[in-house]
Design a protein around this ligand. Structure first.
Ligand code: BG6
Ligand code: MG
Length: 219
């Protein structure tokens, strides 16, 4: 029998909008200023990881120990650069097909929420004109534990009053897919099938994707 979710939770950066590239350039710049090489593979590890977790990853890689004030200053600087990059964003930077898919889900009575590690999520939603698409928003401001901890998605499911098994998570990050799996959600990867092998299946984007395809693939 075809599986129909009661709710869907979307990651933001790299799933709805192409902000993953801005995070990448921010962390790369900061790492290189600290004398730590920063590769695409490092970036894959950092997708979905909180701001502080990302800085700790870079410091660990470089074998660096910094005091707390310096860490706070570095995170502020990275975030200021990131905000400069995203402040001019427009709805044109939404990934093709994603809003149409969200509207289809909502039209079918399926609840739609956001599950993002980013503290900047409200700003990005606003810049992209999609605040009203989400019935619940769980972001970096409302969680204690970063992905791969499932907290962000469990809070979303709780807000909807649905079990994780009735809820699909869309994720572009290794840590995010793992968070979904850890929480007992149905996980759909968005991006590279090899990188996101822990997902039940992986799509390259939301063009040519709809509820019928989702239901069939998860049956
Ligand atoms: C995630 C991104 O969505 O949010 C990470 O994938 C980012 O790259 C994390 O570090 C935290 O974001 P922010 O905007 O609060 O620094
Ligand atoms: Mg992401």
């Amino acid at each position: 029998m075809a599986y129909t979710p009661k709710a869907c939770l979307f990651d933001l950066d790299g799933v709805i909008v192409d902000t993953a590239k801005y995070h990448f350039s921010g962390w790369k710049r900061l790492a290189e200023e600290l004398g730590v090489p920063f590769t695409i593979e490092d970036n894959e590890q950092l997708k979905g990881v909180s701001r502080v977790g990302s800085l700790e990853y870079i410091l660990n890689k470089g074998g660096l120990f910094l005091d707390n004030d310096t860490k706070v200053r570095l995170m502020e600087r990275k975030n200021d650069q990131y905000l400069e990059l995203v402040s001019g964003m427009t709805p044109e930077e939404l990934f093709p097909g994603v809003v149409q898919f969200i509207d289809e889900l909502r039209g079918q009575g399926i609840k739609v929420g956001l599950g993002s590690s980013s503290r900047n999520a409200p700003l990005i939603l606003e810049r992209c004109g999609i605040v009203d698409r989400f019935e619940t928003v769980v972001d970096g401001n409302s969680i204690t534990f970063s992905k791969p901890d499932p907290e962000v998605f469990l809070k979303g499911a709780q807000a909807f009053g649905v079990t994780p098994a009735d809820c699909v998570v869309f994720e572009d990050a290794v840590s995010g897919v793992q968070a979904a799996v850890n929480g007992g959600f149905r996980a759909v990867g968005v991006g590279d099938p090899e990188t996101l092998a822990a997902a039940e299946f992986v799509i390259s984007g939301f063009e040519d994707f709809n509820l019928e395809v989702l239901s069939n693939r998860l049956s």
